[in-house]
Design a protein around this ligand. Structure first.
Ligand code: AR6
Length: 244
């Protein structure tokens, strides 16, 4: 049995993590930074959102309709820190010690113990990913990945690095037997990767990955924050995840 820990005053992340892991899902809720968290059930799958918002546009996809895959993917617009999924992905910098934007929001919501654990990870290279606890977040884990910094058009190695961010994060999902994960639009903010080509990488990577691993996960959530990103994904998803 894990000893009761005061998460507000403790600086021992290992002890805090063991304590949180020991709690039931309901008991963990008491420690969330917010009470307006969003459960996975409340996030519509792509299959459902597509049906609800059918467009007149006929899209010629090179992929087969696969409703099993369409139920494993979601497009959600909002704050990633509110999502009660097994893991959220952080668009971090190589220090892993926090920063602005989504990284700042995640660190603020998770609380100071996240930084204590990150300190022990000793940085992260571009394209790689590392996992920590979620502490006060509704998500149990945070997967930290570092996207490429881009000016202008991405070069082939930056394309590969962005793809690696997603693939290495997904590998950690498998390694830790996690069933649901939410991703922000990595590199497309402060790091300057253009949003449309980044979205092409995301949906293409998810389609290929889900074809291989669909039985091992319940949901991959694409969490967009900006309206322009929502529009980009709404347009792009039917090409990679056509709905009958
Ligand atoms: N929830 C979901 N998405 C968000 C949120 C949020 N709460 N806040 C912002 N976004 P960025 P990067 C979106 O800049 O480009 C940090 O300082 C945002 O609209 O967070 O990989 C790190 O420490 C955008 O679509 O990540 C690094 O130094 C997306 O998250 C650097 O920024 C990614 O934007 C990383 O830059």
């Amino acid at each position: 049995m894990a000893a009761k820990v005061d998460l507000k005053t403790s600086s021992d992340w290992k002890e805090a993590k063991a304590f949180l892991n020991y709690l039931s899902d309901q008991q963990r809720e008491e420690h969330f930074f917010c009470q307006d968290f969003i459960t996975l059930k409340k996030i519509p799958t792509w299959k459902d959102s597509e049906v609800n918002e059918a467009t007149d546009e006929v899209v010629k996809s090179r992929y087969q309709v696969d409703n099993v895959l369409n139920e494993k993917i979601s497009l959600f617009r909002g704050d990633i820190t509110k999502l009660q999924v097994d893991a959220i992905v952080n668009a971090a910098n190589s220090s892993l010690m926090g920063g602005g934007s989504v990284d700042g929001c995640i660190h603020l919501a998770a609380g100071h113990l996240l930084k204590e654990e990150c300190r022990t990870l000793h940085r992260c290279e571009t394209g790689k990913a590392k996992i920590t606890g979620g502490y006060h977040l509704p998500a149990k884990y945070v997967i930290h990945t570092v996207g490429p910094v881009v000016q202008g058009d991405p070069n082939p190695s930056q394309v590969q690095e962005l793809r690696s961010c997603y693939l290495n994060s997904l590998q950690l999902v498998l390694d830790n037997s996690l069933r649901s994960v939410a991703f922000p639009c990595i590199s497309t903010g402060v790091f300057g990767y253009p949003s449309e080509p980044a979205a092409e990488i995301v949906v293409g990577t998810f389609r290929e990955w889900l074809e291989k691993h669909k039985n091992k996960v319940d949901r991959l959530v694409i969490c967009v924050f900006l309206e322009k990103d929502e529009k980009i994904y709404r347009k792009l998803l039917p090409y990679y995840f056509p709905v009958a």
